[in-house]
Design a protein around this ligand. Structure first.
Ligand SMILES: [Zn+2]
Length: 231
C-alpha cells in the first residue's frame, strides 16, 4: 500500500507524491513501528524526496529521515517514490555477560565503538578496533587471574601475554588466533588470506564466552568449596 504525501521544495512549491513503503523498523531504537509522517521535502528536479518520520515506540519517539528516489509515474501525473535509506542510525550496543562487563569495561566500550563503525560502513576500522578491544580483554583477564603480575602484563605485547599468563586452553587458543587475525587487520600484508574480519569477530566472541565460563566456574568453586554448610 502506498502512502500519499505532500513534499515541499526549496521554492515552497508543493509536490504530491506517493511513497511506495514506509520504514517499519526505527533506525534509532530498532523496534518495529508504524511511524508518523512529520513533514516531507523534495529536491527541485524531483528525483529525490525526503520524509521526516516520528518513531511510535513510546520509549523512543525520535525523529528520523527517510530518503526516497523517484521510481515511476503512475496514473494521471502521479509519481511514486521508492525507499532508499534511513538515517541517523544508532548502532545497538553488544550484549556481553556481566562477568565480562565487570572484568573489562574498556573492552566493552571499544567493542561498541566497533559496532558503531561497522553500522556506518567504516569497514577498515572494524578489524583494527577488534584487535584493540581484544588486547584490553586479554590483559584485564590476565591481570585478574595474576594480580601480582599486573604491571608486567600491561607492559607486555599481546601474543606473549596470552602465552605466558593465560593457562586455560580454550581461552588461550581462541585469544591466540584472534590476535593472529587482529594483526592481519593492522598490517599491510595478510598472513591468513582465507580468513577475514568476520572470523576475527567470531574468535573475539568465543574468547568472551570462554572467559565468562571460566569466571563463573571459578566463582561457584570458590563459593561452594567446602561442601554444603552445616545446619
Ligand atoms: Zn524508535
Amino acid at each position: 500500500m502506498t502512502l500519499p504525501i505532500t513534499a515541499t521544495d526549496l521554492q515552497g512549491r508543493d509536490d504530491r507524491l506517493e511513497l511506495m513503503s514506509v520504514p517499519d523498523l526505527c533506525p534509532r531504537c530498532h523496534h518495529r513501528i508504524h511511524p508518523k509522517v512529520v513533514t516531507a521535502s523534495s529536491i527541485s528536479d524531483r528525483s529525490v524526496s525526503q520524509a521526516i518520520f516520528k518513531c511510535t515506540n513510546q520509549k523512543c519517539q525520535e525523529l528520523f529521515i527517510a530518503t526516497y528516489v523517484f521510481n515511476a509515474k503512475v496514473g494521471s501525473g502521479g509519481r511514486q517514490y521508492e525507499l532508499r535509506a534511513v538515517a541517523p542510525f544508532s548502532a545497538q550496543p553488544a550484549d556481553f555477560p556481566e562477568t565480562v562487563q565487570c572484568l573489562s569495561p574498556t573492552f566493552v566500550e571499544i567493542y561498541n565503538q566497533v559496532i558503531a563503525a561497522e553500522s556506518r560502513s567504516l569497514d577498515q576500522l572494524v578489524g583494527i578496533g577488534l584487535r584493540k578491544a581484544l588486547e584490553f580483554l586479554v590483559k584485564d583477564f590476565a591481570s585478574a587471574i595474576n594480580p601480582d603480575k599486573a604491571e608486567q602484563i600491561k607492559a607486555s605485547m599481546l601474543a606473549p601475554c596470552i602465552t605466558q599468563f593465560i593457562d586455560d586452553i580454550n581461552i588461550k587458543e581462541c585469544a591466540k588466533r584472534a590476535a593472529w587475525l587482529g594483526n592481519d587487520e593492522t598490517h599491510y600484508v595478510r598472513k591468513w588470506e582465507s580468513k577475514d574480519v568476520s572470523d576475527l569477530k567470531l574468535l573475539v566472541r568465543l574468547t568472551v564466552n570462554w572467559i565468562d565460563s571460566f569466571l563463573l566456574t571459578q566463582k561457584y568453586i570458590e563459593e561452594m568449596n567446602a561442601g554444603a554448610p552445616s545446619k
